[in-house]
Design a protein around this ligand. Structure first.
Ligand SMILES: Cc1ncc(C[n+]2csc(CCO)c2C)c(N)n1
Length: 216
């Protein structure tokens, strides 16, 4: 079994908990309070900048030149394409100030940054993978289960439910499987641990937005 298949099995339960989150349910049916979505968008916009920097660091370290190009594209997409979605929502919803990094986003970003800086590149690609993979699965789930006619969050739903995004996700998974195959059992274990940690933080990112959780 591939590393990715084995690893997804270890987070299946966590993934199902994500699907049951009120944030996800209310995003699908358009009932999510605007204040919560605005909090999420502002934090996510801060997240994307650091995520893009993390992907660039991976691009600089990964061995295969085609993989360097893939992570450079992912980094550019995170900062340019995804942020365009946020900017358009900021305009629609009148957000002028993103504010500061709040605890869940701060924790996640710093985990990714330190993993990319201090761990091996194999562990780093595994740490950023839930960001792609969980978003595709959650995006597809919401896309299929949406039931609002005029959902104010439609643009978000279309961004992550689309085919173009899915190709990038498949690439990120394939790169993880390739590096996993060429490394040691010990490193594969650390890759899985990093994947699990990021999965937990994806959960907490949505939970924090739902609870509007800020520093003291
Ligand atoms: C907390 C959080 N996690 C994942 C994503 C999704 N995402 C961000 S950048 C990127 C890859 C390059 O486009 C993907 C899939 C998000 N927006 N926010």
């Amino acid at each position: 079994m591939k590393w990715s298949e084995q690893t997804w099995q270890t987070i299946e339960e966590k993934y199902n908990s994500i699907l049951k989150m009120p944030f996800i349910k209310e995003l699908s049916d358009g009932t999510l309070l605007l204040e919560k979505f605005k909090f999420y968008m502002a934090q996510d916009s801060l997240y994307l900048e650091h995520f893009g920097r993390t992907l660039s660091l991976i691009a600089a370290k990964i061995q295969d030149l085609q993989d360097v190009l893939a992570y450079m594209r992912f980094a550019e997409n995170a900062i340019v394409v995804e942020n365009a979605l946020h900017e358009s929502y900021f305009k629609d919803f009148g957000v002028t100030d993103k504010g500061i990094l709040q605890p869940a986003c701060h924790h996640y970003i710093h985990f990714l940054r330190s993993t990319a800086a201090l761990e091996s590149v194999e562990v780093a690609v595994a740490a950023v993978l839930p960001c792609f993979w969980i978003y595709r699965e959650v995006g597809d789930y919401i896309y299929k289960n949406q039931n609002a006619i005029n959902n104010p969050y439609q643009k978000w739903i279309e961004t992550y439910g689309g085919d173009e995004f899915s190709i990038a996700v498949d690439q990120a998974i394939a790169i993880c499987d390739k590096v996993a195959e060429n490394t040691t059992e010990e490193t594969r274990k650390r890759m899985t641990e990093a994947f699990i940690t990021s999965t937990r933080m994806e959960y907490h990112f949505w939970e924090a937005a739902y609870q509007l959780k800020t520093w003291m």
